[in-house]
Design a protein around this ligand. Structure first.
Ligand SMILES: Cc1cc2nc3c(=O)[nH]c(=O)nc-3n(C[C@H](O)[C@H](O)[C@H](O)COP(=O)(O)OP(=O)(O)OC[C@H]3O[C@@H](n4cnc5c(N)ncnc54)[C@H](O)[C@@H]3O)c2cc1C
Ligand code: FES
Length: 291
């Protein structure tokens, strides 16, 4: 059963530490209120550019870690991509940082102590460690499959090796682990560990592939999508994607509030970026009675 979202808060946090982790930057921010509400899979929306900026929209990041220190800290990990992340990469300890969170729906966790494979690609791996922690707290076995374009873009390999029963790494250029993608090795890992469930975060293409593998093995798969988000709080509709509901009807749902975590087989990956003609309320699709 899906849990009710927690109420997010806006916090003027303080940067506690900054560090480089290969191709990524990690920012730990004192953000009481967010840390205590956090559950694995939540994300935060960060104001970038300072008080006079033209960068009006917040940038959203998965939470990599939370700690009780200093009343509650959250850490997120990012690669520099455009002006917002470039500004964040210049933040230093004691700088103020405006955050809203925790946002989104977290990963549902199994009731029983089952075997779970956690699949991450690029910075998508960052969100998996709090999931792993929660799963292990329930007695679940955790195995990792992490990948990236190159060795410096595989996030969290060392931590995965410490936490996971097994860790399989892939890089597209072969500089670390097996050459290829996470989806190339996933069938072997699922079979070897006799996985009961899969959790994944990464680019849409990866999530599509991971879902296809899990469906082939007939095991549940939870994916955290990263659709472009302008508001992160359900107002602007930039983040919608077609998802099949319990009633079999496709709806355009907001991945910031109804997601970012979805059952993989419910996401119509082939139709993301469009409004499928059979989606509820689609232009020209007519109306239907859904009870
Ligand atoms: C739920 C979620 C979790 C994310 N977690 C992480 C993370 O842990 N680490 C990380 O490096 N990145 C993450 N991203 C992507 C991150 O939000 C973008 O890289 C960032 O917003 C880019 O901002 P920019 O100004 O540097 O780049 P620009 O490309 O200049 O951004 C311009 C605008 O597009 C939006 N945008 C651009 N790329 C993305 C994207 N991929 N997803 C969503 N919005 C985007 C920005 O919010 C901004 O409004 C996540 C995205 C989502 C939706
Ligand atoms: S990002 Fe605005 S509704 Fe989802």
């Amino acid at each position: 059963m899906r849990k009710t979202p927690v109420t997010p808060v806006q916090v003027t946090g303080t940067v506690l530490t900054t560090r480089r982790v290969d191709a990524y930057h990690a920012l730990t921010v004192v953000a009481p209120g967010i840390a205590e509400r956090f559950r694995p899979g939540h994300f935060v929306a960060v104001a970038v550019g300072g008080p006079t900026t033209s960068m009006l929209t917040r940038r959203v990041f998965s939470v990599h870690d939370v700690k009780p220190d200093y009343g509650g800290t959250v850490e997120f990990v990012f690669a520099v991509r455009g002006p917002g992340t470039a500004w964040l990469a210049e933040r230093r300890a004691r700088d103020p940082l405006d955050l809203v969170g925790p946002l989104g729906r977290p990963f549902p966790l199994p009731r029983d102590p089952v075997t779970c494979v956690l699949v991450g690609a690029g910075h998508g791996s960052a969100t998996l460690f709090t999931v792993a922690d929660a799963l292990q707290g329930r007695g679940c076995r955790v195995d990792f499959v992490l990948g990236g374009d190159s060795a410096d873009r595989v996030f969290g390999a060392l931590r995965a090796r410490r936490m996971g029963e097994t860790t399989t790494l892939t890089t597209e250029d072969g500089s670390l682990g097996m050459r290829g993608r996470v989806t190339d090795v996933l069938p072997g890992v699922i079979a070897d560990v006799r996985a009961d469930a899969v959790y994944a975060c990464g680019p849409l293409e990866t999530l599509r592939g991971v879902t296809a593998v899990a469906v082939e093995f007939d095991i549940p798969v939870q994916v955290a999508v990263e659709e472009r988000m302008a508001c992160g709080i359900g107002v602007c509709m930039t983040c919608v994607l077609p998802v099949i509901g319990d009633d079999g009807v496709t709806r355009m749902v907001r991945s910031c509030v109804e997601g970012p975590v979805f059952r993989g087989e419910r996401v119509r990956f082939d139709d993301v970026g469009t409004i499928p003609f059979d989606a509820l309320g689609a232009p020209g699709g007519g109306t239907r009675n859904v009870g």
